[in-house]
Design a protein around this ligand. Structure first.
Ligand SMILES: [Mn+2]
Length: 341
């Protein structure tokens, strides 16, 4: 990573900095933004982190999490923060639209007036952004933020920043098991532990905090898993009545999609959910090997993400979404079946 001196100048001069990430934020989005906030504040900057919507419960213990401004409940404050910012950082997303309608419209208005910096690992970044540090070969945005902090001279990391970055890497690598996890990932993790990240405590804070409702919902979801055996695919569909029965909260379906991929000879899976208070069906897609769910989602569900993990949407009923998924799977049957050969 090379940071242009023009950006270093802008960073040095900036007084107010706004950081934002994608809708339905995960550990990588929140951890990356909070870590950058931690180090920038140490340099005397006024920093605000803006979230499109709620921070899931399993991340609320993160230092600084409770100061995050929610654009869905404080939209005017969020707009003002962006309008007043000297620099805007886009973390863990490649396009304005990933931040939701409201923020995307504000950012669209500001693109000619404000310097914007993207730190991300999703495919196809918006080329209009002034400074782009995008690397889809990286397992997490947090790794890119780590490097940015080093190269921009924003270190050394304190315990909070180390904890925030550790959380981003931990969650986006599936606890260091996804195939983009590299030696460099582990070298960064080693450095974060040496700077105070308490690995056992962080794992426990994130993974040992299930509610009874969440486990019951998982059980229900697993019972509903369907297999399209001939094509090596599986899926789980969850209707809103079921989610409501278990007192649905944001983040509650996190991780469920991965069970569909844990089966032998299954190379593509989807979690198809009808969320309460949404007029669309959401798909979360995972694959193994060569089968590219970024392209698959773009082709059928107007979404994208990464080669082996992507999201998408369907406008219609849950049943229609399931049918559309099954049809799309059949069209790519051989590719899916042979994805790991
Ligand atoms: Mn990420």
């Amino acid at each position: 990573m090379e940071i242009p001196s023009s950006l270093i100048d802008k960073l040095n001069r900036a007084r107010r900095i706004a950081l934002l990430f994608h809708k339905s934020p995960d550990g990588d989005a929140v951890g990356s933004a909070l870590a950058l906030k931690t180090v920038l504040e140490k340099k005397g900057k006024q920093v605000i982190v803006i979230s499109p919507d709620a921070i899931p419960d399993y991340l609320q213990w993160l230092p600084g999490s409770r100061q995050i401004l929610r654009a869905d409940t404080s939209s005017e404050q969020a707009r003002q923060a962006l309008e007043n910012a000297d620099l805007i950082f886009m973390l863990d997303h490649n396009k304005f639209e990933r931040t939701g309608k409201f923020l995307a419209a504000v950012l669209e208005q500001l693109i000619d007036q404000k310097t914007m910096v993207m730190l991300d690992h999703h495919l196809n970044p918006d080329k209009r952004i002034h400074y782009i540090f995008s690397d889809p070969s990286k397992a997490s945005t947090a790794e890119i933020v780590y490097e940015f902090i080093q190269k921009a001279g924003l270190g050394p990391l304190d315990k909070d920043a180390a904890t925030q970055l550790y959380t981003g890497i931990l969650t986006d690598t599936g606890s260091f098991k996804f195939d983009k996890t590299t030696g460099q990932t582990h070298r960064i993790i080693a450095d974060l532990i040496e700077h105070g990240a308490e690995n056992a405590q962080i794992h426990s804070n994130i993974y040992d905090v299930n509610s009874f409702d969440k486990i019951q919902l998982l059980a229900e979801a697993l019972k509903r898993m369907k297999i399209i055996e001939d094509c090596g695919a599986s899926y789980i569909a969850l209707d809103k009545e079921t989610l409501e029965k278990y007192n649905y909260q944001p983040g509650m379906t996190e991780g469920i999609v991965n069970y569909g991929l844990s089966l032998e000879n299954i190379h593509l899976t989807a979690l198809i959910t009808e969320k309460p208070d949404e007029n669309k069906i959401r798909l979360s897609l995972r694959s193994k090997g060569k089968f590219n769910v970024n392209d698959f989602s773009a082709q059928y569900f107007g979404g994208g993400g990464h080669q082996n993990a992507a999201g998408g949407n369907f406008y219609g009923s849950l049943e229609e979404a399931v049918q559309a998924f099954e049809k799309a799977v059949k069209e790519h049957c051989n590719e899916i079946k042979n994805a790991t050969e």
